[in-house]
Design a protein around this ligand. Sequence first.
Ligand code: RNT
Ligand code: ZN
Length: 423
Amino acid sequence: MPSEKQISSAYRLARAAYADYGVDTEAALAKALSIPISLHCWQADDVRGLETPKEGLDSGGIMATGGYPGRARNGDEMRADLDVVLKLLPGRQRLNLHAFYAETGAKVVDRDALEPEHFSRWLAWAKERHVGLDFNPTYFAHLMATSGFTLSSPDKAVRRFWIDHGKACRRIAEHFSKKLGSPCVHNHWIPDGAKDAPADRWAPRARLVESFDTIFADKSVSRKHCVDAVEGKLFGLGSEDYVVGSQEFYSSYAQSRGLVLCLDLGHYHPTESVADKVSALMQFHPRILLHTSRPVRWDSDHVVILDDPVRSLFLEIARGAAWDRVFVALDFFDASINRLAAYVIGARATRQAILLGLLDPSKPLGQAEAAGRGHERLALMEQAKALPWGAVWDELCARADVPVRSNWLATVARHERDTLSKR
Ligand code: RNT
Ligand code: ZN
């Protein structure tokens, strides 16, 4: 592995190579380190949550597959794993919690009755580490979700329950924000939909508008603290034909209600480009939330890698200078490999894509385009792929004082030997 000196001399050469294309690697490094990435707590335990009882857990179409040993079984184990992960990641991180990670002790507290106090251990953990918290209501994995409908259910009692859950979660999100001094992104995703062609595609959508309007009508929760986002999708397990909260639904809903729109990389047709959507949506949406994920043939939530969809997504953010208008969060779950490694690979790949976006030689590309020299634009785009960005990435890790290259694997192996293998 390279010495500190080798890393910095490789970086000096890279800096000069990028400067030839009008790119300031110092500025790119500083910016890439400053953008917070919200780590999804649910990779640690295969999206199981900490509630008892567990009936209805399989509702909602969210499922991690694989049986790699060492799954975190409680909040303490999750936090211990996250502590290891945080030390291996460069830049700023946040933690993204889901409501069913409440810790209520011996008491059973249902989702509609959750309070900030049920997250006090998470909050204390976050405060101590200067990590901001984001939050999500959990509208799945519950007996009240087994019909496949929650906020859009025809059953008034079911709607009421989930509306109360949404409201309770907004108060918790606000609490996190106030306690940590950092706005809490509060993302609503519901599983509602139908496996087969419904006779009525209208009524559930009308009810969903009404339910959400009821949730957001609570003006006692400050929107500055609780930053609500809504996330649609194309289909899910058990909602193959019809998803109530589709992209069109949420794009319009978020825009008309002043909410943040969430785009998840796994939630579109495989040939759709999420990167292309950004400059269209952001003409109208002041802010968006990005869930980086990796769909393999479907919304499979594989570990994020540095693939073209992720790269081109952040390239678009860079070209639009839209960093202050996006929130970045991870969303994947893989139980077939070491779960800590999954975090590190996905979070590092996401930050690499951010860095690569910032290293784009946008200036000469734009000049070639403006002058009508398409051949030059294409040649420069091709050349940009061969610029020594790996040396800039190594420098970024060195500056952040985290293991360079794959050196982090040793820490994960040690944790597996000393801790995970004993679970
Ligand atoms: C589901 C959505 C959603 C969830 C998490 C657990 O398709 O992507 O974001 O993955 O809320
Ligand atoms: Zn998502």
